[in-house]
Write a protein that binds this ligand. Structure first.
Ligand code: ATP
Ligand code: MG
Ligand code: MG
Length: 385
């Protein structure tokens, strides 16, 4: 197929799954990442990739000189270089540098969402112990203190459980020059997520609303579709679509949400790229999030995001230590489960909490899904439920 060449900033598992989708479309993908043999580069050795930091403006420019369109698998990149490149060739960075800039700073992202009256919990910038304790006085405890930048997988989030821990946070303020903001605690009953993709022409395709279960701030299990009422599925989808409508550029976005007992939906955060809560789409939807992202940024028609199976689940395989032996045993056990598809990211080293792979499970009904899911969960290191 006659395709544009796509450059990707970042070569981890999201880049790897983009390369996988790109292969089938005959779409050449060039990766920029420091690791010469990371997850994404392992899959397409026939293309010359670039070894270098995805924050290094000279390397970003080198990548751009080799491709038609640039996109990201991570938002923590150098936006200055992207603004310059977009000026030279408008539309060749997707989503736009402005969108990436807004989202990479979680505080600016919240200010942006608030300015559009989108539903979010209360938040405010805090720069010292006194302002943190003041927020605790107003909203009560616990509070969620969040680093504004370079935060992911819960790194940069701190639960402030009482006034004493607010006062103990002094060293954190000293250690993070990029700053913090604080969020009022949301007493949610479930966490939901929805992937939304937009083409260059403005066509929008949404995926099903899913339930995500986090453990220690990191995504553990995803259930598709979320087991909530039809009206909640509808309003969560509407919230996700309205949020994405406020950001410019093409590509897929992941919208993380909280659902409260009263049925209210709050946006937690937005990712301007494929997202962990959308991995299930590879086996469970007509067009995966990775393929639709590539289609969107390169000007191809979008595919349907609808489920092609009745229901699905995804389990993250996280490093439990620096050994990968336990995880390999998990993968072997998962291979025996009907309806399960194993994804191993090819990372050479495991670390506690590092995303090493995932397993998707599809099923004919919820009871069958629960049985199959239980087998995969029992195979996790330590047999986590
Ligand atoms: P990601 O890897 O998704 O980018 P992150 O490091 O950006 O994660 P958040 O999404 O901000 O972290 O928070 C991680 C988790 O912490 C959420 O999924 C949720 O479980 C919990 N959490 C975050 N904010 C709040 C809040 N205001 N109230 C209650 N729980 C929260
Ligand atoms: Mg995040
Ligand atoms: Mg998150």
């Amino acid at each position: 197929m006659d395709s544009k060449i796509v450059g990707v900033l970042g070569g981890g598992q999201l880049g790897r799954m983009m390369v996988e989708a790109g292969h089938r479309l005959g779409m050449p993908i060039v990766i920029l990442d420091e690791a010469p043999n990371g997850p994404a580069k392992q899959l397409s050795g026939c293309i010359a990739h670039i070894d270098g930091a995805f924050k290094d403006s000279a390397k970003i420019k080198e990548l751009k000189s080799r491709v038609d369109v640039l996109t990201v698998e991570i938002e923590h990149i150098d936006v200055k270089a992207l603004y310059e490149l977009d000026k030279e060739a408008p539309g060749s960075i997707q989503p736009t540098p402005h969108t990436l800039e807004l989202i990479q700073d979680k505080y600016r992202q919240k200010v942006h969402l608030a300015s559009y009256n989108l539903p979010i919990s209360e938040f405010k910038q805090v720069s010292n112990v006194a302002s943190l304790a003041k927020a605790g006085g107003e909203w009560g405890y616990p509070l969620m203190l969040k680093a504004k930048a370079l935060a992911y997988d819960g790194r940069g989030n701190f639960v402030i459980s009482d006034e004493k821990s607010a006062h103990d946070a002094a060293s954190m303020f000293a250690a993070n020059p990029l700053g913090f903001y604080v969020e009022r605690w949301v007493k949610y009953t479930k966490e939901l997520a929805c992937m939304v993709v937009r083409s260059i022409e403005g066509e929008v395709v949404s995926y099903p609303v899913v339930e995500t279960v986090q453990k220690d701030n990191v995504c553990h299990v995803v259930l598709a579709p979320a087991c909530v009422s039809g009206s909640i599925l509808e309003s969560a989808k509407r919230v996700a679509e309205s949020a994405i409508a406020t950001f410019s550029g093409a590509g897929i976005f992941g919208v993380e949400m909280f659902l409260t007992e009263a049925g209210d939906i709050f946006i937690n955060e937005i990712a301007p790229r494929p997202h962990n809560s959308g991995h299930y789409t590879m086996e469970a939807c007509h067009t995966s999030q990775f393929e639709n992202h590539l289609r969107a940024v390169s000007g191809l028609p979008l595919g349907s995001g609808a489920l092609k199976v009745p229901c699905a689940a995804m389990v993250n395989i996280l490093g439990a230590s620096d050994s990968i032996t336990d995880l390999q045993a998990t993968m072997h056990e998962s291979l025996k489960v009907s309806g399960a598809t194993v994804h191993w990211y090819g990372k050479r080293e495991s670390r506690n909490g590092r995303k090493m792979g995932h397993v998707t499970i599809v099923a004919d009904d919820v009871a069958q899904l629960q049985d199959r899911l239980a087998l995969v969960l029992a195979a996790l290191p330590g047999g986590h439920a």
